[in-house]
Design a protein around this ligand. Structure first.
Ligand SMILES: Cc1ncc(COP(=O)(O)O)c(C=O)c1O
Length: 413
């Protein structure tokens, strides 16, 4: 297998032979990030408040486009997020988190006017699931939570059946974080179709999909697509995004003066910005995060999302073969079309295995002490996947992973 594209464009943790397999939780740092952060400190020092109007275009240095901190959320949306999602210009914007974006969406009267329920599976990530539950009291939007065949999977037919005249919004994850399973595009189109028949909207949470495979929001026919750059996108914390279908009117009540039509007139009454996506901004944008936001996306786009997906599938294929050899059961799907970048291995005492692997400088994580999760990604090699499985097999055979593991290191796994 050829060496991974762009491996030299990432910065690796010490020691030099460490194997970082946690793309699904916090991607590696792109090599250009230190210089970008230095540019932030320099723009701040040199320009101060004027940086809101204009800074050198560090994001597209070859272009003549003028950027300032004020316009960066939509500039990054058009230049980097839209190509990631197959979206047209004018439909995407930087956001601080999925949680914030979903809260804004639920606060729009236009969603409420469409019906009284939010249909979603019980496996939706808490940023979506809990938001729907918390808004129930405030907005008369009742979550209609669809249980799956078990605590992890989505019952697709039941989800479709639940969409009806009362439905205002349908919300699903493109890739399930509990299984790593990707929902087929044909199913998402059926969901969109059913939602639209009842004048409801389809929201897709694209974390774990966008950045690890080509996504085409127009082909999926969804109305709103959200996600973040923390993981496969290597954008670190504070960088998420929103796509809103062209022409869809949404007026979040949860908005701020950065989403106002005339913020510096300081009028007594708010007036929504004419650009719908900009209404999803709140208070002063945390600009430092936007300097490192899209350096990982730049690498993914340079590589080409088809090539990113091809590399990811080849490595997950290798991981599946090694899991079979080791007699391990999978919780993630086997067919390539259903796979994401993530492989979930059912291993007893999975937390201890993860900690044991860390002592071998192989970085994975565990969930509920039931599964070890790994996502061999753009920066990993097949040799690293083999080293990870060699370490897992050693731990299993010698049972060393259960007997002497270092103590728990904190709440984040
Ligand atoms: C499917 C999914 N959605 C959302 C998030 C994170 O959302 P937020 O940006 O609100 O932290 C995650 C994080 O793991 C996720 O897996």
């Amino acid at each position: 297998m050829p060496s991974p594209p762009l491996r030299s464009h990432y910065r690796f943790p010490d020691p030099s032979d460490a194997v970082e397999l946690r793309a699904f939780t916090h991607g590696l740092q792109p090599a250009s990030v230190p210089a970008m952060m230095e540019r932030f400190t320099e723009d701040w020092r040199q320009r101060g408040v004027d940086a809101w109007n204009e800074v050198p275009n560090h994001w597209r240095p070859e272009s003549d486009d003028t950027v300032g901190w004020w316009t960066l959320p939509t500039y990054l949306g058009d230049e980097f997020i839209a190509p990631l999602l197959g979206a047209p210009a004018g439909t995407c914007i930087w956001q601080p988190s999925v949680h914030w974006t979903v809260q804004c969406l639920l606060s729009t009267p236009e969603v409420q006017a469409r019906g009284s329920t939010v249909v979603l599976p019980d496996t939706a990530f808490p940023s979506v699931l809990h938001s729907a539950q918390n808004w129930e009291e405030l907005q008369d939007l009742t979550p209609d939570i669809v249980s799956g065949p078990d605590a992890r999977r989505v019952d697709r037919e039941a989800l479709l059946d639940r969409i009806g005249p009362d439905t205002a919004l349908v919300a699903v994850s493109h890739v399930g974080f509990t299984t790593g399973a990707r929902l087929p595009s044909a199913f998402l189109r059926r969901l969109a179709d059913r939602a639209h028949q009842h004048d409801a909207l389809l929201l897709v949470d694209g974390y774990h999909a966008a950045g690890s495979m080509p996504v085409d929001v127009r082909d999926l026919d969804c109305d709103v697509y959200v996600g973040g750059l923390l993981k496969e996108g290597s954008g670190s914390a504070g960088n998420a995004f929103l796509y809103v279908r062209d022409g869809l009117e949404l007026t979040p009540r949860l908005t701020g003066w950065f989403g106002d039509a005339a913020p510096f007139e300081f009028r007594r009454e708010p007036e929504p910005h004419p650009d719908v996506r900009r209404r999803f901004l709140g208070g002063t944008t945390p600009v430092a995060a936007m300097y490192h936001a899209v350096e990982g996306v730049r690498l993914l786009l340079d590589c080409g999302l088809d090539a990113v997906r091809e590399h990811s599938l080849a490595l997950t294929q290798r991981a599946l073969a090694r899991a079979d050899d080791a007699g391990l059961s999978l919780r993630s799907p086997r067919p390539p079309a259903a796979r994401s970048a993530m492989v979930l291995l059912e291993i007893p005492d999975a937390e201890r295995m993860t900690r044991y692997l860390k002592t071998r400088h192989v970085y994975t994580d565990s969930r509920r002490n039931e599964v070890v999760r790994m996502a061999p990604f753009l920066w990993n090699t097949q040799d690293e996947v083999d080293r990870a499985f060699d370490a897992i097999e050693n731990g299993l055979h010698e049972k060393t992973y259960r007997s002497h593991t270092p103590p728990d290191t904190g709440p984040v796994t």
